[in-house]
Structures are given as C-alpha cells and as structure tokens.
Design a protein around this ligand. Structure first.
Ligand code: C2O
Ligand code: CU
Ligand code: CU
Length: 466
C-alpha cells in the first residue's frame, strides 16, 4: 500500500493567522480540461528529434472578466508536452522572449551537466540556448521548468512548466491505455493565490517565506474547476505536482481505489493498489483508474485532502477492456554494498535561513565531488524548524540522476517508493536513505523542491568527475 499513513502529513494548512495576503478561492463555471499539445518534432529522422520552445510573457483569463499576467512556453500558460523515445538524439532550441534571464531544466532527465539547464545555463532576454542529449533511460513522465538563481519560484509560479514524456519498448509492450489526451491523460496540478484583480502576483508574505507559496485555488493543466469526459473503462492519469510548495493528498470522491503504475523515473515493478496518493512538489505518479462503473452522466471528483478540484464524467463505453497488468517492468535493485561512499545531507533552518549542511547556495562553490560511475548512498535528514513551528517538509531532489529509496526513517520504503525516484519527501524529523549510480559527468544541483526554499538557498552543487 502507498505512503498514506494518517498523521504523516506535515502541517501545511493554507492559511495562517500571520498570513495577511489576499487568498481567494476562485469560483468559476466548469471548463473542459485543456490537454497540453504534443510538441512538434522538426526532425524527420526517427532516431532524432528537434524541438523549439519559446519562453514568453502572456496574459490569461482564469477568473471570468479578469486578466492575469502569466508566462508560458509557446503559449499563455504552461508548455507543450515533449514526447521522445529511448535511444533518440534530441536537440531543443530554447528562446527567451521574457524581459529577464531564464534557464530550462529537464527535471528527472539523465544527461550531462552542460545539458541539464541549471542556474549556470542562463539564457539572456532575446537570446537562445540549444542543448543536445541522448535519451538513455526508461519510459517515464518527466517535466521541464526554469531554474534561474533565486527566480525559479516566481517563473514557475507564473506558468513556466511542461511535461517531458519518454516511451520505450516496455511502454510499447504493456497493454495499458496509451491514447494521449483520451485515456492517457496528463494532469499538471498546481495551486495558486489569486488577488481580487485576478492577478497572481508573486509577493511572499511571512507564511510563504516559511512554507513556500501555497494558494487556495487549484489548477489542472492551467484550468480552474476542470471537467474531463473519460471513456467508461480504464484510464491512465499522469499526475505531476507542479506546485511551488504544496504536498497533495489525492483521492476520489467515491473512495474508489486505483493503481499506481509509475513513480518519478518510470514504471514500478508491479501496480500498487491505493486509496489515496501523497504527492510532493515535483513528484510524478502514473495511475490506472477504472471508470467502468461510471454511468453516462455520473460524476466522480478528484480531491486534495477532501476538497474537490476536478470532475470526471463518462461518455459511455467506447474503448476496449483493459485489465491491471500483474507485472510492469523489472527494476534492477542497486545493492547497498555496491556503494563506495555515504554522504549526509542535513536540511536545517527556517524561512530565510534554510540551508543544507549549514550552507546556503553559492553558484561558485562545488559542495560535493562524486567519481563518475560510482554508486553512493545519500542520507537526507530534515532537522529544520523543529519545536515551536512544528517543522516544514522538504522534498529532496537531485539533478541528472534517478535514485532508489533504501530506507524511510529506518524502515523499508512504501511500495510506491520502490521504483525510480528523483524527488522524495522528507518530513520533519525524518531521515531518508537513497542510493544512486552517477553515470553522467558535470555539475548538478541538489535541493529542496519547495521553490521558495530553493530560491532562499536550500540548494547545493555536486560535481560528477571523470
Ligand atoms: Cu525540478 Cu532543480 O529542479
Ligand atoms: Cu531537477
Ligand atoms: Cu524545503
């Protein structure tokens, strides 16, 4: 069963007494769920792909009659989904039409440091960046977002994020829903704080500095109160927690269970049956939901901590029958005795003082050096904000590598954390042990994925050297 013990969620209430910012839950008519378009591949060679992305300023009407200033890739909010195959050589031309510096980081992608898109790869306004990389990892739902020093939170909040999907022989072979936007549907889930004029300006109050920016209005693929018509049968949802700072606890209004089939870095070995799913910032999960009992006209709602934010209706029987596969893939376990080194990462401090091992981010300092192809154990502990404030969750993320969770607070990880991960929730007082083999050279970031913590300096750099 999943990571869903009651009482395990940190205290992340939306409103605190000292939070004086405007945070209204927007009420709107339901709208059809927008599906991010698949980005056009400009290279005809099946083994190569060439994509074009432009980061731009835009406006969008989330609240009827009101204009919100946003940022988007190739559009007004979020970006298209990039879909590639394992083995493909990919080049992307990223143009910056913003008035400020940006970068684009492929979150979860195993690439060399110079293609990773961290804070060192700044793209100045009016210029472009063209990384090239080969896809060498299994089928997965990854994503991309900006990563400029101290500005990541604001740019992601304004709308810069998109999905990066990898397919391979395993995903080809599996008999699971694969029709993009029909029965294989991406859901980019975010929460926003709208001011009464419709803006979601990025002004950090005390509560935001402490816990990251959380809003009372949920968006899915950029829509408030969305509705998705699904075939009354098996549907695959690719969930991304694309929020700046919120941990979601998702379930269905009719309490129906579902099966998690993939975590951040790809398929689990077998589907895990769950009733609810806890998803921290930047984490992904693919789930199979059986809507065959959903009668035409009936509705099921997707909820976060009991409050609904999205509806599903059935359009009648219109697809073949799927069954839940017994086995999805084989994941070669990295054994602890393969590790040549153990490193400790202690997440400490609160608000403006958040740090890792007593240090705040310095672009000119490499904090850890790892030998190429070495396997290491990284032990991440959350010792921040204990006591009076009750503590803050820190979702740990490392660039350019997928890891496996060995232990969560001394215990084996829950079943849905036994696959490939690149982001892992570390609750207050917890210690999480992960293991990874570092196969790509270069300089990479590790950090808390609460973007306000990252921007405040809860980030370090590791160099994988040849
Ligand atoms: Cu989602 Cu440093 O990244
Ligand atoms: Cu990343
Ligand atoms: Cu944090």
């Amino acid at each position: 069963e999943g990571r869903n013990m009651p009482g395990q969620l940190p205290n992340l209430s939306m409103k605190q007494p000292f939070d004086n910012t405007n945070n209204q839950t927007i009420e709107t008519e339901e709208t059809n769920l927008p599906i991010p378009p698949l980005l056009k591949d400009h290279n005809d060679d099946p083994n190569k792909a060439e994509f074009h992305l432009t980061a731009q300023n835009a406006t969008k009407e989330f609240v009827p009659g009101k204009t919100t200033e946003t940022m988007g890739y190739n559009g007004d909010y979020l970006g298209p989904a990039i879909r590639v195959r394992k083995g493909e050589e990919v080049s992307v031309k990223v143009e910056n039409e913003l008035d400020e510096i940006t970068t684009i980081h492929w979150h979860g992608l195993e690439v060399d440091g110079d293609a990773d898109g961290g804070p060192h790869s700044g793209i100045k306004p009016g210029s472009s960046w063209s990384p090239e990389f080969k896809i060498q990892q299994p089928a997965a739902t990854l994503w991309y977002h900006p990563h400029p020093e101290q500005e990541t939170g604001k740019q992601v909040y304004k709308g810069l994020a998109g999905l990066f999907l990898i397919e391979d022989e395993v995903s080809d072979r599996l008999d699971i829903p694969k029709e993009y936007g029909v029965n294989d549907v991406p859901l980019v889930i975010q929460d926003k704080r709208f001011n009464s004029d419709g803006s979601f300006e990025y002004n950090l109050g005390m509560h935001d500095v402490m816990n990251g920016l959380q809003g009372a209005t949920m968006l899915v693929n950029g829509a408030v109160n969305p509705l998705l018509e699904v075939p009354s049968g098996m549907v695959r949802l690719r969930l991304l927690n694309g929020s700046n700072a919120s941990v979601y606890d998702l379930n269905f209004s009719n309490n129906q269970s579902f099966y998690q089939i993939a975590s951040d870095g790809g398929f689990l070995e077998k589907p895990e049956k769950m009733d609810n799913l806890v998803l921290g910032p930047a984490e992904r999960a693919e789930i199979l939901v059986d809507f065959s009992d959903l009668k035409k006209g009936e509705m099921v709602r997707l909820q976060n901590k009991g409050s609904e934010f999205m509806k599903f209706t059935a359009k009648g029987k219109s697809q073949k029958d799927f069954t839940i596969p017994n086995k999805l893939t084989t994941i070669e376990k990295i054994e602890p005795n393969q590790a040549v080194k153990t490193r400790d990462f202690v997440f400490e401090g609160m608000g403006p003082t958040v740090n890792i091992n007593g240090k705040q981010f310095d672009m000119d300092r490499i904090d850890e050096e790892v030998q190429l192809n070495d396997t290491e154990i990284w032990e991440i502990s959350n010792e921040s904000g204990m006591g009076m404030m009750g503590g803050t969750v820190h979702p740990f993320h490392a660039h350019g590598v997928q890891f496996q969770v060995l232990k969560r607070d001394g215990n084996p990880p829950p079943a849905n954390e036994t696959g490939w991960k690149d982001t892992v929730i570390v609750n207050p007082g917890e210690k999480v042990k992960v293991i990874a083999t570092f196969k790509y050279p270069g300089d990479f970031m590790y950090h808390c994925h609460i973007l306000e913590h990252e921007d405040a300096g809860m980030m370090g750099q590791f160099r994988v050297k040849e």
